[in-house]
Design a binder for this molecule. Sequence first.
Ligand code: NAD
Ligand code: DAU
Length: 342
Amino acid sequence: MKNIIVTGGAGFIGSNFVHYVVSNHPEVHVTVLDKLTYAGNKENLAGLPEDRVTLVVGDVADMALVDSLVEKTDAVVHYAAESHNDNSLRNPYPFVQTNLIGTYALIEACRKYNVRYHHVSTDEVYGDLPLREELPGNGEGIGEKFTDKTPYNPSSPYSATKAGSDLLVKAWVRSFSLQATLSNCSNNYGPYQHIEKFIPRQITNILSGIRPKLYGEGKNVRDWIHTEDHSSAVWTILTKGQIGETYLIGADGEKNNKEVIELLLELMGQSKDAYDHVMDRPGHDLRYAIDSSKLRNELGWTPSFTNFEEGLAETIAWYQENQQWWQAEKEAVEQLYAEQGQ
Ligand code: NAD
Ligand code: DAU
């Protein structure tokens, strides 16, 4: 694989993947296709060598553009999406357009030119799991975590459009022999994450003298993985995965939101209770948890960031050292949340 397209490569996880490929696979040239929405930022690719990375500013739903790029590539790794649940509750339309039509445009072009396609998806397509404390034996045993056999049951407009895009890919594999793999990953953290998301919102709140905001009681559990581990997993699947297969990516990082907010406050030298409870998210998923044994056993992948506290401390340092990256947007992001009582 010499030439790959990374859609959404100027966003959080996509740009981390581009950095990962440039650092670890010197033979590969990356074309980033990104619309540079509010979530995309050219700065995320700053400093990368021009002969290794080309940025094309455009829409994944622009079929003519997608066709012309896919014709010249060996593989497409599709990250571009509208990605924030809270935004999808305000206005679902861009989610339907980008996540469904955008995926359709890419898989049609990949089918036409027989190009390898990897579809980046989320654990949210499976809906949610009961909290461990509500399960017998604290949830140890069958049905404890998501696997690739778990039925789809998305809750929000965001996760419904991601589920729909997964199903398009699966149908294209079966009906048209599309050379595709899929991955469903849990919650990522790390550098370059937009400050609308939970962890960077709280870090930048504390750095701005604003109290962190916890939705509801904060019992909801997310299964945190460092974005660099997500990148190495996607590369492993792209190069070693079986066509037609779905791999779940996770690093055994279950934590409830209250624990995370308290840990952030502690790491940033504040009192553990210096946060506000705000209005809960409608339809808020309770718990996500990933069983990644298929990826580990069949493809030999393992995560490197196994200490969440250390990973979080590095992430805090990144937001401290890169205040110019987020400061201009902070007020507007908080204003939007404040309008919703959050
Ligand atoms: P993000 O919102 O930070 O970045 C999305 C990127 O896609 C931005 O650069 C944006 O400009 C671009 N984009 C949006 N619409 C576009 C369009 N129509 N055409 C071209 N580019 C467009 O998102 P993220 O958190 O980095 O997520 C990336 C992918 O990973 C998504 O597919 C998401 O569903 C998936 N995912 C995210 C997580 C997570 O924890 N954030 C976990 C699992 C899976
Ligand atoms: O599970 C993977 C998914 O993780 C991805 O598919 C999504 O793209 C990504 O945004 C993320 O979705 P979540 O909804 O889990 O992430 P978010 O950062 O928005 O919220 C994480 C948890 O924190 C969630 O339970 C809601 C809560 N929360 C969020 C914000 C922004 C708060 O308590 N306070 C907040 O201010």
